[in-house]
Design a protein around this ligand. Sequence first.
Ligand code: PEP
Length: 245
Amino acid sequence: MTRLVAGNWKMNGSLAANRDLLDGLMAVPGVEMAVCVPYPYLAQLLERPAGVALGAQDVSEFEAGAYTGEVSAGMLAEFGCRYVIVGHSERRALFGEDDAVVGRKARAALAHGLVPIVCVGETLAERDEGRVMAVIGRQLAAVLDALGVAAMAQVVVAYEPVWAIGIGRSASVEQVGEVHAAIRSWLAGQGVAAAAVRLLYGGSMKADNAAALFAVPDVDGGLVGGASLVAADFMVISRAAGGGV
Ligand code: PEP
């Protein structure tokens, strides 16, 4: 399947910095690229390099109405978003999002034709306790409950071990391979068309480790934080996803 490399800019950027960054991006044949930007910059990104899709980093579970501060899936669709990240570990840890909310956000996204990039992953303590798939299974089950088996095949799943995010060192290729295979088999076990689900790895994916991570079976792309803010690095990662160097 076509690999997806999605940049998560997090709460970074400015009109000028975004312009510079976008100037350095161009399509890579055979790879889908996306940038998930802060809400105010969606309008700026209506003009962007060909072949780079647009995404947001969160979405409201609600359709419309008295929800001050929220942004609906319909609004994101109107601004050309194809993707939206849901359940990022920063939102779970810092903003109190639980599994059920993440499931409802994924449902709201799909209802407006957006593809949710559902983030799952364990903390270091959970890994040390041997609970990696117990945690990920619980996180995925909430999304499956909200979507049902057929729609579940339309989401992108991003495995992001919390302990590997933003620290400069990714999980090992063995760890990534093991968890990605386990996620695919968990989905299949629930009756989901698991072969169709893109599984991204995220957590300190960088220019110098991307090729090794993409060589791991079941890694269908990457969710890239810090390195997506440097155009040259994001391009190296995207080319690596396409099999180039
Ligand atoms: C992320 O937060 O989605 C992420 C993968 O961050 P980083 O690449 O900076 O570890």
